[in-house]
Design a protein around this ligand. Structure first.
Ligand code: ADP
Ligand code: MG
Length: 693
């Protein structure tokens, strides 16, 4: 499958000289892979400039310098603690080379008195004398070209020295083939870029500090290549979905009219706009695959329901899939009464639906007397067959990757798919992770919502906080208490939550419950259920409550060690208490010392409730590297591109990918062929697989 021209790049690094099995392991950890290409994409982070060649008399101590010297004398150490010293001179001044714990024999051999040598290393001043400890290079004059004027410094790991990595990188680069140009010639010229191979070689051989900057020409070219590979793959996936025939969903509007008349509120204009986009998609004879983003409480459920009704009006069935039992049940409780009101039928199908009840639902589903099915992934098990499924809503599935989405839409034969997420996702991430989907956004919450009173307090105020909480709970309020996230291990997360639970139990007795990620789904749901019913009034939790549970009576959120959470997470957590119409409170308790970014994060939380703004800030503060926490997978990570600096290139790549597929949908032209190589180079094989040569 992979084009032959790329074979050398995808050979294992163990083929290189000097790499044994131990080194392979170390490198694999460092590079995230063990192919030649992984070494080639591991770019230097620094530079050693050996081009400074002063006369010793004028040399500035503290700098790396390279000098031509004659060996004057050896001073052997008198005690074991003393170093071995060799005095050399360039005629203008003496320099002492200092060696600790080195065999005298080898020094004598390398630096015989009277010989001329080129030495390079860090020059220091010691008691008014120039000295150089363990020079990086000592070579005879004839071999002076062995000393590079500029030496790249690579990100390293224990057990791999910079010298080693330089050697490996050089060997890897020697194997990089010249590849046909996949970028538009005029575009390359306009930016003054080199071809891929030249850019890669230059990126490994920086001469100046600015060569290391993300906007350096070489790095920009490489970043663009990576972004284009990403955008092209997503564009291909999108085309693939669109090509499958869909259904025309265009109902008569009667059911929707009835519902809108019964709603106790009017739709916001954001909801109306989004619905118009969805209806337009549904009316097309193509498959719909659309992402609907809307902050917690922005009213996505009613939008999804109206879109489902459009399908029902057209004589089709609709389904909504939630990530957990409890959320599925929640949707059912909202949607089923509305269905009843307008004379259609909804049913709930989860892993818990068993035996006769399940059999009955399945048979009614197959004959078409269930209009809307609500559930978990149980909705798409083998033995579940629909009469005529036309529309699928996937709720809160931000952890799904593009390939999983493709699979899902394959299951619901021809069905249109709407994916809803409450995680505000910055635009760059939408492009890189959801670029295969159309995109709608509810950017407004219904009027009349009271803002959450967000307070930032040091943990030293814990006792007062608990006392205030006790008064609130005695007067009937329910509250969440979220425990610190300890990055290193889930075990210590849990220990902390359990300890806090025990503490709080001494004060709140049976009013307090505990829920954490290590519990079985069933037990988790049971505790949540008790909290919903009010049998538990204070719920101690690790971040498992992050994914939307609706308990309108819960209006207080305490987050312990809030400084350890990411912004997006804090926002999601705070959203949990915005469900009711009572004014809510969010207490962010922080431990000290508070880092500058942590301080800023907490401040942003105090200043705004706008999820989109928070998401942008989050990305800014994290520097684009780690996105929404590494615990949430499904987001694309780049090796050469950096979203903090290469945003503009992403937008261009997005347009470029569309143009490419417009002009050459099967990647047949010479440029198209080259682009296939690009996709393989960045291991976007899934994308290319559509096009068998
Ligand atoms: P989310 O986007 O978090 O899923 P929901 O759909 O659960 O939000 O809506 C939150 C609450 O807001 C629900 O009680 C819903 O009935 C209500 N709601 C939805 N749209 C509006 C609106 N336009 N005006 C007032 N309330 C609304
Ligand atoms: Mg929701």
């Amino acid at each position: 499958m992979r084009p032959e021209i790329l074979f050398p790049l995808f050979a294992d690094i163990s083929v290189l000289k000097g790499i044994g099995s131990k080194t392979v392991k170390l490198l694999q950890n460092l590079l995230g892979g063990s192919k030649i290409v992984d070494l080639a994409f591991h770019l230097p982070a620094g530079i050693v400039d050996r081009s400074y060649r002063p006369r010793l008399k004028d040399a500035v101590p503290g700098r790396i310098c390279t000098v031509r010297v004659k060996v004057v004398e050896h001073i052997a150490p008198k005690t074991r603690q003393q170093p071995y010293r060799v005095v050399v001179s360039d005629g203008s001044e003496d320099l002492t080379l200092v060696f600790f714990k080195v065999y005298a024999d080898s020094i004598a051999k390398n630096l015989p008195v009277g010989a001329v040598r080129i030495v390079s290393g860090k020059l220091e001043s010691f008691n008014g004398m120039l000295q150089m400890a363990h020079p990086d290079y000592i070579v005879p004059e004839a071999e002076s070209d062995k000393i590079p004027a500029f030496e790249p410094v690579y990100p390293l790991t224990a057990g791999i020295s910079n010298k080693m990595l330089n050697k490996y990188a050089e060997q890897a680069l020697a194997r990089v083939p010249a590849l046909p140009e996949w970028l538009d010639a005029a575009f390359v010229k306009q930016h003054g870029w080199d071809d891929f191979r030249t850019a890669l070689l230059k990126a490994h051989h920086p001469h100046y500090q600015q060569d290391l900057e993300p906007y350096a020409k070489e790095r920009a070219r490489l970043a663009y290549d990576e972004l284009l590979a990403n955008q092209l793959t997503l564009a291909i996936a999108r085309e693939r979905v669109k090509k499958q025939n869909g259904r025309i969903i265009r109902g008569n509007g009667l059911l929707r009219k009835k519902i809108l008349e019964k709603l106790p509120f009017a739709l916001t204009s954001a909801q109306k706009n989004v619905l118009a986009e969805i209806y337009a998609d549904q009316a097309e004879p193509l498959r719909m695959l659309r992402l609907l983003q809307g902050d917690v409480g922005s009213g996505k459920t009613i939008v999804a329901f109206l879109a489902m009704l459009n399908a029902v009006e057209s004589g089709l069935q609709a389904a909504i899939m939630a990530p957990t039992e409890i959320l599925a049940k929640q949707h059912f409780e909202t949607i089923a009464p509305m269905c009843e009101d307008i004379g259609i039928t909804a049913a709930l199908l989860t892993g818990k639906t068993k035996g006769k009840a399940r059999a009955e639902i399945l048979s009614r589903l197959a004959e078409g007397s269930i209009n809307i099915l609500i559930g978990t992934h149980a909705l798409f098990q083998e033995d579940v067959s629909y009469h005529e499924l036309g529309f699928v809503v996937v709720d809160e599935q931000h952890r799904f990757g593009v390939h999983q989405r493709l699979k899902l839409s394959e299951k619901g034969n021809k069905a249109d798919v709407l994916v809803m997420t409450a995680t505000p996702i910055p635009r760059t991430l939408v492009l890189t992770s959801y670029g295969d989907m159309e995109y709608s956004k509810i950017d407004q919450v219904p009027e009349g919502r009271k803002p959450v009173d967000t307070r930032v307090l040091p943990l030293s105020k814990l006792t007062e906080t608990v006392a205030a909480l006790k008064r609130k709970i005695e007067s009937g309020t329910r509250a969440y208490w979220v425990c610190p996230l300890v990055e290193e291990s889930e075990k210590s997360d849990l220990a902390a939550a359990e300890a806090r639970f025990e503490d709080l139990r001494k004060i709140f007795g049976n009013d307090v419950g505990l829920v954490h990620g290590k519990m079985k789904e069933k037990d988790k749901d049971a505790v949540m259920e008790r909290f919903k019913r009010g049998e538990i009034k204070l719920l101690v939790a690790t971040t498992v409550i992050e994914v939307g549970v609706n308990v309108p009576e819960a209006t207080i959120m305490v987050i312990e060690h809030a400084e350890r959470f990411g912004l997006a997470q804090l926002h999601q957590l705070r959203g949990r208490v915005k469900r009711g119409f009572e004014a809510a409170t969010c207490l962010l308790l922080y431990g000290q010392p508070l880092s500058e970014t942590a301080h800023e994060r907490l401040n942003i939380m105090k200043q705004t409730e706008d999820g989109f703004l928070i998401a942008e800030k989050d990305l800014e503060l994290r520097g684009g590297g780690e996105i929404l926490g590494t615990r949430q997978s499904g987001f694309c990570q780049f090796r050469l591109a950096d979203m903090e600096y290469h945003k503009n290139l992403l937008f261009i790549a997005n347009q470029d990918a569309k143009l490419i597929l417009n002009k050459d949908p099967n990647l047949q032209s010479p440029r198209g062929q080259a682009l296939r190589i690009l996709l393989y180079l960045f291991e976007q094989d899934d994308g290319v697989r559509t096009y068998k040569a």
